[in-house]
Write a protein that binds this ligand. Structure first.
Ligand SMILES: *Cc1c(COP(=O)(O)O)cnc(C)c1O
Length: 375
């Protein structure tokens, strides 16, 4: 392995930007000097080149293939992060609507979504997890969706609290809009049940700088003309095939490599899901078998496969654990600054051996801490 590649990538549990597959990093390293098809550095290739048009087309095609969707879904690659979508969605789809859209408030990222959306629209919050401290997701019986809402918006995986929906929710007559930033392409989904999916790259798909948006054609037909600036207008972006102004060429190229890795090395989303299930199960089993030494935050039925959030019995032990883990070469285990604690993020790019190494570390840490206390 080249010394330019940081071996700690193998133990990178960062919540985002997250670890990318080693084989992708090696191709990126090569492409920075000389992208094999063009003989040029990826950092200096024109966004108007035929080569880059091919990259954009192949990303779209690979995403459609991975999700089993047709060309009635447009795949856009936009800038501004997931956060831009929080406001671009209500700005684009609510003009002249008599009824408010439905939103779920299931955690930190939902609250951010609501904060932005409320600036431009009146909304209805169908359910909030505030009273349960965002430790669980709603059950079906708690969800009374409005049948005439212009859309339902929710977050499929709450990255900070470690909560993930393991079922489809919503009203059959209401278009589903979903922020999948932290679990997109980590498992198969029935994408045809969604009108609008968005996910920035930097958790499962690539580096920061590009956000994928999948939207159904019909949605564009029904979209009122809002007089938005061109770059905030989904129709203009579709017409320009994500090349309205200079797109983040490098980030999009890395997303291409990740989609190829998913298709050809992993073997598709069902195979990726099986790996992700195995990784998360190993870690949750350890929490559950630790006699309360490691306490998981999320209600077990809603546990996220992507973000495993837990604490130790005291804040002092939690802090000591984090320091010891860092010394042992584990990176990015500190919980989100909003809630503290520990968060192990197990995105696609993080392999099972890294999780096994963490489990060994956690077992011996528990043993030592218990001996220190009682021995
Ligand atoms: C990290 C995260 C975001 C933030 O995205 P930006 O690209 O930084 O704007 C939004 N939604 C979810 C679910 C996230 O996990």
């Amino acid at each position: 392995m080249s010394p330019l590649i940081n071996p700690n990538n193998a133990h990178n549990f960062s919540g985002g930007p997250g670890a990318l597959p080693q084989s992708v990093l090696e191709q990126v390293q090569q492409a920075i000097l000389c992208e094999p098809d063009t003989g040029l550095s990826i950092l200096g290739i024109s966004h108007r080149s035929d080569w880059f048009a091919g990259v954009l087309a192949e990303v779209q095609q690979n995403i459609r293939q991975l999700l089993g969707i047709d060309t009635n879904y447009q795949v856009l690659m936009l800038q501004g992060g997931a956060t831009q979508q929080f406001s671009q969605i209500p700005m684009s789809f609510l003009n002249g609507q008599a009824t408010p859209p439905d939103y779920l408030c299931t955690g930190y990222w939902s609250r951010k979504v609501l904060g932005e959306a409320e600036r431009s629209a009146r909304l209805r919050v169908v359910w909030s997890g505030a009273s349960s401290d965002y430790r669980r997701l709603p059950e079906d019986a708690e969800l009374a969706f409005a049948p005439d809402a212009p859309y339902l918006h929710y977050v499929s995986n709450e990255t900070v609290e470690g909560l993930q929906f393991h079922r489809l929710i919503g009203h059959p007559d209401v278009p589903r809009f979903c922020d999948m930033s932290s679990d997109f392409l980590s498992r198969p989904i029935d994408a045809t049940q969604f009108s609008f999916i968005y996910a920035h790259a930097q958790k499962n798909l690539g580096p920061a700088g590009v956000t994928l948006v999948l939207l159904r054609e019909e949605l564009l037909e029904r979209m009122p003309d809002q007089g938005l600036p061109g770059w905030l207008d989904y129709r203009q972006q579709v017409r320009a095939q994500s090349n309205y102004n200079t797109p983040p060429v490098f980030a999009i190229y890395v997303v291409l490599l990740v989609t190829r890795w998913l298709l050809h090395e992993i073997g598709g989303l069902a195979a990726m899901h099986a790996i992700n299930q195995r990784k998360a199960a190993r870690l949750y089993d350890l929490l559950d078998a630790s006699d309360g030494f490691y306490q998981g935050r999320a209600a077990p039925p809603d546990r996220s496969l992507m973000n495993v959030v837990f604490t130790l019995p005291t804040p002092e032990l939690t802090a000591d654990f984090l320091a010891a883990a860092q010394r042992a070469g584990f990176y990015g285990l500190n919980g989100h600054r909003a809630i503290g604690g520990i968060r192990a993020s197990l995105y696609n790019g993080l392999g099972l051996p890294a999780v096994e190494a963490l489990i060994d570390f956690m077992q011996s840490y528990q043993q030592q801490a218990t001996t220190r206390r009682w021995g």
